[in-house]
Design a protein around this ligand. Structure first.
Ligand code: TPP
Ligand code: MG
Length: 296
């Protein structure tokens, strides 16, 4: 189902079992050779473009942490002016820090101006490149180096920002969520995103073995459990109509969230030395509430 050519060449320096690497590989191989990749600073950029080498077999533009959407907008405009816009994909691969936090203003502007760019947020739920610092994508209760659990802390104290719903509120032509355990679903969404005449946004949950503290061969299982427990819901919104939000993967038998939390060392303080039923219960209650809101 994907092209045989690898547009993200092997030999890059991403960790074994990196969700961001797999997400980028699926996306760029699905988009094909006529693709321009734009990436703000983050794990992806430092591991694939160490001068004088590059792992990219398509054009790759590295920009500052905050302005990937602005740079991608510029590419869209420039290609239009040159009469070369047709049959080219502009793909942004940005981390959660570069999307939820520091890149949000540029992203909102790109949506508002209507640029034909597909913005993929590879969400590993922290600033991983600089040493696992918390950000607005970090889930409630998670350990990071700047949300350490202890006597007065259960880890991250704030809920995760609903970035895909924020994108959808801009009424752009296509918004979806995806994750690497459901490849066909991700590819289908990417193809839809690339086909629309305007901005599109895909929020990809991309687990990080180093920062989430799980073994590298557990990547797919962790990603799948996020969906099966309802931590991460797979949906899409077409034509800017939030009321037509469609769940693309229904979970008739939702697993308890504990099963997901247990797979990751970043939540181990919720199980030992004492079982924090109160915190786990709160996380479960938030998921139940979300499913009620989705009418599931
Ligand atoms: C303006 C600015 N502030 C801070 C930094 C330092 N910095 C570089 S990458 C990064 C974190 C990137 O996190 P994210 O976007 O989530 O990508 P990840 O590395 O997790 O894939 C930070 C804080 C920077 N390069 N520029
Ligand atoms: Mg990150």
């Amino acid at each position: 189902m994907i092209e045989e050519t690898e547009f993200l060449a092997p030999g890059h320096r991403m960790c074994a079992g990196c969700g961001v690497a797999l997400s980028a590989r699926i996306a760029v191989n699905t988009a094909g050779k006529d693709t321009i990749v734009v990436s703000p600073t983050g794990c992806m950029e430092v591991t694939t473009t160490q001068y004088p080498e590059t792992a990219w077999r398509v054009p790759f533009l590295h920009v500052a942490f905050e302005n990937a959407a602005s740079a991608a907008s510029g590419i869209d405009s420039a290609l239009k002016m040159l009469g070369k816009r047709e049959n080219k994909n502009i793909l942004v691969f940005a981390g959660d820090g570069g999307t939820f936090d520091i890149g949000l203003q540029a992203l909102s502007g790109m949506f508002e101006r209507g640029h034909k760019v597909t913005f993929i947020c590879n969400d590993n739920e922290a600033y991983m490149n600089t040493g696992i610092q918390r950000c607005s994508a970090t889930p409630y209760g998670a350990w990071t180096t700047t949300s350490p659990p202890g006597k007065y802390s259960i880890g991250e104290s704030k809920p995760k920002k609903p970035i895909a719903r924020i994108a959808a509120a801009h009424c752009i032509p296509y918004v979806a969520t995806a994750t690497i355990a459901y490849v066909a679903d991700y590819q289908k969404k990417l193809k839809k995103a690339l086909a629309v005449d305007g901005p599109s946004f895909i929020h990809v949950l991309a687990p990080c073995p180093s920062g989430w503290r799980f073994a590298s061969d557990e990547l797919i299982e962790v990603s799948r459990l996020a969906v099966q427990t309802g931590v991460f819901v797979l949906w899409e919104v077409e034509n800017g109509e939030m009321e037509n939000l469609k769940i693309t993967k229904k979970i008739p038998q939702r697993k308890p969230v504990e099963e997901y939390l247990k797979t990751q060392g970043r939540f181990k303080h919720l199980f030992k030395p004492v079982l924090r039923k109160d915190v786990i219960g709160q996380i479960q209650a938030e998921i139940d509430k979300k499913f009620e809101r989705f009418g599931l």
